[in-house]
Design a protein around this ligand. Structure first.
Ligand code: ATP
Length: 255
């Protein structure tokens, strides 16, 4: 692997580096020798059938699971933010209070206001979470995550509970925010179109490992009707077993 002027390879510079990760629940090995690396600023989507271990992997990366075993290691930064399907705002705090929770320093409030403005909620700082729609609450959750300028943003089905129209708006917002803040992102989703719309690279988790690792090389704006889009979508659905085609060996393509 090519090294830079300081002798660092791409692997050394990775924001996430996992080798041989294993997680079992009782007799069941959910993650079974999983390898993965994510480069700084890279947006990666993770697909996989229900129960394939997507949330388990996310929890391990978030440092929420102390029972994972990494033979070769699990390296993820400490400055990680996590967004879940439900916004998990504190109902007794106003929006600004929710966004700046745990932030210290004289600029905390100012940064919180700026973050709310970035997600389209300027002027709503003093509103209570209960006054917001589900989509608006999820915007606050994004603001709360990104105000910390994390090196890694983990998102577990963040738009799963939203209606189709709000979801499309949230896609555009998330993409914009990530281009501005440049965290590495691991987005867990069930939705193949969401994965292709947002990510630089799409992974499929199957039988405890990354079974497909495909770069998304589509010109912006990503055209749902384009031949490249359709071909990538078909490959991913195939890997997910949706078309009834059994998956074969690991599928990889250099990014
Ligand atoms: N704390 C736990 N105790 C026992 N089994 C668990 C625990 N957490 C997860 N599992 C099991 O591990 C497997 C993977 O779960 P996980 O939630 O990671 O899957 P997932 O791919 O995120 O699924 P979904 O898409 O349905 O959310 C499941 O079979 C689940 O029952």
């Amino acid at each position: 692997m090519a090294a830079d002027a300081r002798g660092l390879t791409e692997e050394d510079r990775a924001t996430v580096r996992i080798e041989n990760l294993v997680r079992s629940f009782g007799d069941r090995r959910v993650l079974d020798g999983l390898d993965l690396s994510i480069a700084p600023g890279e947006f990666v989507a993770l697909l996989g059938r229900s129960g394939s271990g997507k949330s388990t992997l996310l929890r391990a990366l978030a440092g929420l699971d102390h029972e994972v075993a990494g033979g070769g290691g699990l390296a993820a930064p400490d400055d990680v933010s996590v967004v879940f399907q439900d916004a998990r705002l504190l109902p007794w705090k106003r929006l600004l209070g929710n966004v700046v929770l745990g932030l210290t320093g004289p600029l905390a409030e100012e940064r919180g206001r700026a973050a709310l403005a970035e997600v389209g909620l300027a002027g709503r700082e003093r509103a209570w979470p209960v006054e917001l729609s589900g989509g608006e609450q999820q915007r606050v959750s994004l603001a709360r995550s990104l105000v910390r300028e994390p090196r890694l943003l983990l998102a577990d089905e963040p738009f799963g509970a939203l209606d189709a129209l709000t979801r499309i708006r949230m896609h555009a917002l998330l993409r914009r925010l990530c281009e501005r803040h440049r965290p590495a992102v691991l987005l867990v989703t069930h939705d193949v179109d969401e994965a292709i719309a947002l990510a630089d690279r799409v992974l499929v988790l199957d039988r405890g490992r990354i079974a497909a690792d495909l770069p998304v090389r589509l010109p912006a704006p990503r055209d749902h009707a384009g031949a490249e889009y359709t071909a990538l979508r078909a490959r991913l659905l195939d890997r997910l077993g949706v078309r009834g085609t059994p998956s074969t060996g690991p599928e990889e393509e250099a990014a």
